[in-house]
Design a protein around this ligand. Structure first.
Ligand code: UFG
Length: 323
């Protein structure tokens, strides 16, 4: 089966392409390389194009059986400062892609959604039926796209899955692909920058949250576990009912716990300092992964230490490559 991996030269998309290949699928990567990197698409057919380019997409969609869509801007803070960029790409251009899919024979669509659609959750661990009340423009754009799929699905016979990721982290065990964001804002790679002296210290955003140690709690999920869930979601769509699924481990870790895990795994202390809370950060986001277990027969397999170890291996490799 041929699968178009839109945004497949990005962090999560490249891991999904690799998981598809490992399971015998033939992924084709489509990416405008705006935030993606050709190096992450090595070994795959890479078509450089934009999701707003329906003319370019049409012939490619004619030779695939399913679409996975990862091509979105994903910085919460930036979405507050520059919402236009987010509504343009994540909503308007995303719907252009969706309409191009409808104009083809493809009827399977996997969407890269986010736990950001819930906003500050009414309860933790979080089930899929919680109210969706996003608290930033990024989350709003993800919610709008989910709603477009919910309308298009029954109207046009489009099978879809809204996969709501918690905190993707780590890198493929091979050390060949991993996280490459500019600028880097995610906790683990930012902590590595502090270890390497590329920033003075890791700023811990707030320590007065109502959590056991006062710092924010997140559900860190290994990107390879996440990628494997996409393959299972695609298989599920062969006869299953279109719906949303949370992808997380069901276990939360505080910022301080992550810094301790980094020390345990790498042997290096993360230089850190306290900083004010970051706007829009909910205290605790942890998935209830029961639906993923039942529907997809999927469970996160990789531990926090494996997340840190693979991320560190990838970071070392990138550092060597730059020398
Ligand atoms: N954090 C710090 N210091 C840093 C970076 C992060 O203390 O330098 C903290 C944050 O406050 C947060 C946790 O570490 O509590 C994780 O932060 P990340 O930036 O790594 O991840 P987010 O939880 O902010 O974002 C992730 C995805 C988004 C998605 C969001 C949903 O990257 O795409 O989860 O809440 F929208």
């Amino acid at each position: 089966m041929n699968v178009l991996v839109v945004g497949g030269a990005g962090y999560i998309g490249s891991h999904a392409a690799l998981a598809l290949k490992r399971h015998g699928y033939e992924p084709v990567i489509y990416d405008n390389l705006g935030a993606g990197h050709a190096v992450l698409a090595q070994g795959f057919e890479l078509i450089v194009g934009d999701i707003s380019d329906a003319g370019k997409l049409a012939p490619i969609l004619g030779r695939v059986d399913a679409v996975m869509h990862f091509a979105a801007h994903a910085y919460v803070g930036e979405s507050v400062i520059n919402p236009r960029k987010y509504f343009q790409n994540n909503v308007l251009d995303g719907v252009t892609l969706l309409n191009a899919v409808l104009d083809s024979k493809v009827r399977k669509f996997i969407f890269s959604s986010s736990c950001a659609v819930y906003g500050v959750p009414a309860k933790v661990p979080m089930t899929e039926d919680l109210p969706r009340v996003p608290v930033n423009p990024y989350g709003v754009t993800k919610l709008i796209f989910e709603q477009a799929l919910e309308a298009y699905g029954p109207a046009y016979g489009l099978g879809y899955m809204n996969l709501r990721y918690f905190n993707a982290a780590g890198a493929d065990e091979s050390g060949t692909i991993g996280e490459m964001h500019t600028p880097e804002t995610h906790l683990i790679p930012s902590a590595f920058e502090a270890i390497r002296g590329q920033r003075p210290a890791l700023e811990v955003f707030g320590d007065k949250y109502p959590t056991p140690d006062g710092t924010c709690v997140r559900d860190y999920i290994h990107v390879t576990d996440l990628a494997e869930a996409h393959v299972l979601a695609l298989e599920y769509l062969a006869g299953g009912i279109s719906q949303a699924v949370n992808l997380g481990t069901g276990h939360g870790h505080s910022v301080r716990e992550i810094l301790s895990a980094i020390k345990r795994v790498t042997g290096r202390e993360v230089p850190s300092r306290m900083a004010p809370p970051r706007a829009g950060d909910p205290p605790e986001l942890v998935a209830d992964p029961t639906r993923a277990e039942h529907l997809l027969h999927w469970k996160a397999k990789r531990s926090l230490d494996e997340i840190v170890a693979t991320a560190w291996k990838w970071d070392e490799r990138m550092r060597m490559a730059k020398k």
